[in-house]
Write a protein that binds this ligand. Sequence first.
Ligand SMILES: *[C@@H]1O[C@H](CO)[C@@H](O)[C@H](O)[C@H]1NC(C)=O
Ligand SMILES: *[C@@H]1O[C@H](CO)[C@@H](O)[C@H](O)[C@H]1NC(C)=O
Ligand SMILES: *[C@@H]1O[C@H](CO)[C@@H](O)[C@H](O)[C@H]1NC(C)=O
Ligand SMILES: *[C@@H]1O[C@H](CO)[C@@H](O)[C@H](O)[C@H]1NC(C)=O
Ligand SMILES: *[C@@H]1O[C@H](CO)[C@@H](O)[C@H](O)[C@H]1NC(C)=O
Ligand SMILES: *[C@@H]1O[C@H](CO)[C@@H](O)[C@H](O)[C@H]1NC(C)=O
Length: 323
Amino acid sequence: MMVLLRHQRYMTALLSSTTILLLLYFQNYMLVLTYGSYGLISKKVPCACSICVTDRENSNWFSEQYDPNIPLLLNSTNGVLHANVSRWWKELQSSAGNYTEVVDQLFPLFPDKEHYSDAGPDRCRTCAVVGNSGNLLGSNYGPLIDFHDFVMRINKGPTEGYEKDVGSKTTHRIVYPESAVDLDNSTHLVLLPIKILDIQWLISAFTTKNITQTYTEVPSTIKANKDKVMILHPEFIRYVYDNWAEGHGLYPSTGFLSLIFALHICDKVNVFGFGATRDGIWHHYFEKILTSYENSIHAGRFENETINRLQRENKIVMHKGWT
Ligand SMILES: *[C@@H]1O[C@H](CO)[C@@H](O)[C@H](O)[C@H]1NC(C)=O
Ligand SMILES: *[C@@H]1O[C@H](CO)[C@@H](O)[C@H](O)[C@H]1NC(C)=O
Ligand SMILES: *[C@@H]1O[C@H](CO)[C@@H](O)[C@H](O)[C@H]1NC(C)=O
Ligand SMILES: *[C@@H]1O[C@H](CO)[C@@H](O)[C@H](O)[C@H]1NC(C)=O
Ligand SMILES: *[C@@H]1O[C@H](CO)[C@@H](O)[C@H](O)[C@H]1NC(C)=O
Ligand SMILES: *[C@@H]1O[C@H](CO)[C@@H](O)[C@H](O)[C@H]1NC(C)=O
């Protein structure tokens, strides 16, 4: 065990120094290229990575779908919804409650800012979006996943007991009340609100703790750092549905929303734990229950096509576990 541990640390150290060297070398190479073709005028780049998500030249399809101005997260000044977004969002599950009154209670309680507006030529933010697919089992991706700046996990996907394959770091966890779990103090709870009651639950979980029921039983409270809470903007959810799911299904899945969220806050996006196992089986790495690929709420097949296209157009890199 000791030997294995040391070995792993050594591998991690080796991995980081190689990557830095490669990056530096690559950037020098880029600089030379830039110098060669433009003289001393340096080319404006959207980020400091070798390839940036928002490089506009290389995919017309991507540029047409991607809206850099869409509000990603709710704050005290951007909460008012367009009538059409409001109507759509309130019909997803239940419209009980007064949206305006509920949203007004959020930002005395949670951080109120414009998050992640720090993109620029000096930033290279790498992100791992980790889905819950059984194709993670036996992948040994743990150290690779943990190597990213942001590690975004989805719903209940645990790390404890699966570190070798899924890693142990979690910077963001995207959940709704019915899928929420305790987080550690350094993790951002990112709420995916599908109804007003979800936002009420979030408030209650950190205050009165008296909401215990939505369409099913939910935890009255969870362990999480109040100063790191974020709420996905209903307009962002609608945007993902319109532009990326192209109106398929009722609303996008948590995994798909998380992946598109990453495209907006990261410069480089690596995707793990999406899709079926080699044998075409759809299940979660942490439970034996088979998950349904085609269900009535999310458009699994269309989301899969979009994710594969993002890979083909060099916007994400998919790690399938068994290749
Ligand atoms: C909703 O309304 C806004 C502003 O009126 C408009 O820009 C947008 O295209 C509309 N979206 C849909 C899905 O109709
Ligand atoms: C929601 O609450 C606000 C402020 O209290 C009020 O102005 C508005 O009419 C209410 N909306 C509905 C649909 O009840
Ligand atoms: C809220 O977010 C919007 C972008 O959606 C931004 O323009 C605005 O400055 C933010 N407000 C605060 C208080 O940070
Ligand atoms: C969690 O982090 C916050 C700062 O974001 C700090 O104030 C608090 O004491 C920490 N709690 C624990 C249990 O470490
Ligand atoms: C929870 O408590 C608040 C404040 O005491 C109250 O306004 C609200 O109606 C309660 N909600 C439930 C579901 O009991
Ligand atoms: C997902 O998309 C890929 C590439 O288009 C395809 O090979 C695969 O069969 C799809 N999976 C399902 C379950 O539709």
